[in-house]
Design a protein around this ligand. Structure first.
Ligand code: PEP
Length: 251
């Protein structure tokens, strides 16, 4: 059975001290609530080991926001999947639209990153989503399908079963403009069909597909009520404990 998941993407926000405090707050809040979904925070690399040491991994998962497309060696400034895993993190966001757009991530580099993440026991949260022009010219279904095919369909069925998908329409990220719950549902159903065509209905039904893009406590209940929306990847609203918990409690 697929899981409901709410995952925070802190992006390049918080100092180490602020991040550890926020992680402690979320961990404490989760201790005092019976969350009906898995909860994950994805933090800057610099925060991972410290955050891992203050949270209870049984109630709050930890992830990175990226990893390198090489195993190790002369790649100044890069952080490998093995390094991420060695901090205690269990997840890694891959293919976020900001990385595709600003750092030139291609399907080819993403295939390497996915393989290395899996080889090191990390669960990829693999992001896909169309830009505004593609939404407006009606090519969004094909665009998202191509991102899945090119980035993930090299995987065996067993490995594909370890992937979490996050549908993040780029026009909705950080803009305050959320996709409607019906737009999200239509795309998530499309994504599930694309997966079913390649790997079969059982694997498609077991894949968690999160929605991301200006998700907040006020719109999460309607989004999460849709049958193919299995939770959210949360940017801005993951930076304050109360806002994030408002989304967690939407389940
Ligand atoms: C994101 O960048 O993953 C995201 C969903 O951001 P926001 O919630 O701020 O739109």
């Amino acid at each position: 059975m697929r899981k409901n998941i709410v995952a925070g993407n802190w992006k390049m926000n918080t100092t180490l001290q602020e991040g550890v405090k926020l992680a402690e707050e979320v961990n404490e809040a989760l201790k005092n609530t019976s969350a009906k979904c898995d909860v994950v925070i994805c933090t800057p690399f610099t925060h991972l080991a410290s955050v891992a040491s203050v949270i209870d991994a049984n109630i709050l998962g930890l992830g990175a926001e990226n990893c390198a497309d090489h195993v190790s060696g002369a790649y100044t400034g890069e952080v490998s999947a093995a390094m991420v895993a060695s901090t205690g993190a269990r997840y890694v966001i891959l293919g976020h639209s900001e990385r595709r757009q600003y750092y030139g991530e291609t399907a080819e580099t993403l295939r390497e990153k996915v393989a290395l993440a899996l080889a090191n026991g990390l669960t990829p949260i693999f992001c896909i989503g169309e830009v505004l022009a593609e939404r407006e010219n009606g090519t969004y279904n094909e665009v998202v399908k191509a991102q899945i095919v090119d980035g993930l369909f090299q995987l065996s069925a067993e490995d594909f079963g370890k992937i979490i998908l996050a549908y993040e329409p780029v026009w909705a990220i950080g803009t305050g403009k959320t996709a409607t719950a019906d737009q999200a549902q239509d795309m998530h159903a499309h994504i599930r069909n694309v997966i079913a065509d390649k790997y079969g209905k059982e694997i498609a039904d077991n894949t968690s597909i999160l929605y991301g893009g200006s998700c907040k406590a006020s719109n999460a209940p309607e989004l999460f009520s849709k049958p193919d929306v299995d939770g959210g990847l949360i940017g801005g609203a993951s930076l304050k404990c109360a806002d994030f918990m408002g989304i967690v409690n939407a389940f």
